[in-house]
Design a protein around this ligand. Sequence first.
Ligand code: SF4
Length: 234
Amino acid sequence: MTAAADLAPSGDSLAAECGACRRCGLAETRQQVVVGRGNPNARLLLVGEAPGAEEEACGQPFVGRSGRLLEAMLAAAGLSSEQDLYIANVIKCRPPGNRKPSRAEIAACRPWLERQIALVRPQLVLLVGATALEALLGIRGGITRLRGQWLQLETSQGPDQLAPSQASQRQPTPSPRSPLRWPDQGEGGIALMPLLHPSYLLRNPSEAEGSPRWLTRADLVAVRDRLGRDPCLG
Ligand code: SF4
């Protein structure tokens, strides 16, 4: 099955399987699952934390206040969320009260994210917020320090064999406990960039040089430039 077919919002594959999932307690309180949106054939995958109330209501990630800010910042950088990205979350069901998901919930939901990564086969991954950074690379804390830096994940050893502890990175070695499996992307590997979460940017509205928003805008321009520069990503 193609990525487009399996990730179709109204399709009866991944969305339906997630909708029937009861691997964690969030199934008890959800109204519906929120799987993903955007272009399933994009080379850029954006991974956030979990759906909030507005996302749950319409079944799409990043459509609430945080999502609208993210959309505006992507557009300002010349990136289209419909064409250039596929957008997903670590967690597919809304945690009550928009609390941070637990480690057990992240672990329970990880197979769905692995399925999405395997279907999209991204070459660039944006880790939006601390939860995505921890869930995908096992790095706890450090989002402020790591944001805007490219982390290179070598995948030449083949699919289902690479743990992030084997990643080649310029910055801290991820915890070896992180079990996320990545599809093989050939010699190019997968480049990941942590970004500040737009909910944090909503709480920090300054646009002054050096502010969180200013830094994030610069980070997204760097992402756009890499997409345009690398012929494999164009
Ligand atoms: S959050 Fe993930 S693991 Fe938990 S019930 Fe929803 S889809 Fe299943």
